[in-house]
Design a protein around this ligand. Structure first.
Ligand code: ZN
Length: 297
């Protein structure tokens, strides 16, 4: 068997982050503010912080794992007690934009301003500055790594060009990247909306579990990082929420799977990775695209 792709602690073969994007109303309001008065559409989103998160916290407690919740500022302001409960259970809270703004639609100054609001909104609820970021719709811009480093973030979890952690370079310093993928996202299986049209899928929880388990077996053989992404308004429903416990049981039977928060994985990765291998985001049409930072300068 080939060498593991990453060095994990305490004899672990691979790692897994269970993460939640607590979009709630913000992801729909970002599409159009007119949905603010669509009571049923808003109620579909409100289910996440109202009912989904408490149920998911129970499932996580029963499974004995800690997770990372990426929370938009608007969600935190509407549901401060939900954020406090997440923190009280020992989970990490990261930033997910203010109103789930698509960074690609923002100027650099606007992107910076959204990132700088993170501590102002979250710190009073969590007691500490957030160090983790996930871009709304997973859409980073070329400026994101520098803006994140300047705003005091330690890691991002939005890109897809690897399945182990790596460093993102910028003139303001490096941030750790914890890559994601659509196949580990519950939106593709459970996202069903009439208006706005953000999905038309209502798959059974067993399908998501099968995908996660199949990839975990392969990730474990190769030493990769599996970042699961769920949304409480989708995965917080009763049968769906139980997928977490089934997956953790499966992983424990396999053995050697390190479950940790994204922050813990990023801290470990920072100690293992070398700045010389950091990757700089560039336009795909830039002649230096694909080169390591050191090679291009
Ligand atoms: Zn989101």
């Amino acid at each position: 068997m080939s060498a593991p792709r990453f060095q994990w602690p305490d004899g672990s073969h691979c790692a897994c982050v269970v993460s939640f994007d607590v979009d709630a109303e913000s992801a729909v309001l970002q599409v159009d503010r007119k949905y603010a008065t669509h009571a049923t559409t808003m109620s579909h989103q409100a289910y996440g912080p109202r009912v989904g998160v408490p149920r998911l916290l129970e499932q996580l407690r029963a499974a004995g794992i800690r997770a990372t919740f990426f929370v938009p500022g608007f969600t935190a302001e509407c549901y401060p007690d939900t954020v406090r409960r997440i923190v009280a259970d020992g989970h990490e809270v990261g930033w997910h934009g203010y109103m789930h703004e698509l960074p690609l639609d923002l100027t650099v100054a606007e992107q910076r301003s959204v990132l700088e609001r993170a501590a102002e909104v979250l710190e009073p609820l969590t007691g500490e500055r957030p160090v983790g970021y996930r871009a709304p719709w997973w859409q980073l811009t070329l400026e994101s790594p520098g803006l994140l480093a300047s705003a005091g973030f330690h890691y991002d979890s939005s890109l897809m060009d690897d399945d182990v952690p790596y460093l993102l370079a910028s003139d303001a310093g490096t941030v750790v990247e914890l890559p994601v993928h659509w196949s580990f996202d519950d939106w593709e299986q459970y996202g069903f909306f009439i208006d706005p049209p953000l999905g038309d899928s209502l798959e059974p929880p067993g399908k998501l579990l099968e995908i996660w388990q199949g990839e975990l077996e392969a990730f474990r053989e190769e030493g990769c990082l599996q970042v699961l992404t769920m949304h409480p308004f989708l995965s917080g429903r009763p049968a769906r929420s139980r997928t977490i416990g089934k997956f953790v049981t499966f992983a424990r039977e396999l053995g050697g799977v390190w479950f940790a928060t994204a922050r813990e994985i990023a801290e470990h990765a920072r100690g293992v990775l070398d700045d010389s291998g950091a990757r700089r985001l560039r336009s795909a049409l830039d002649p230096a695209y694909g080169m390591r930072d050191g090679d291009a300068t």
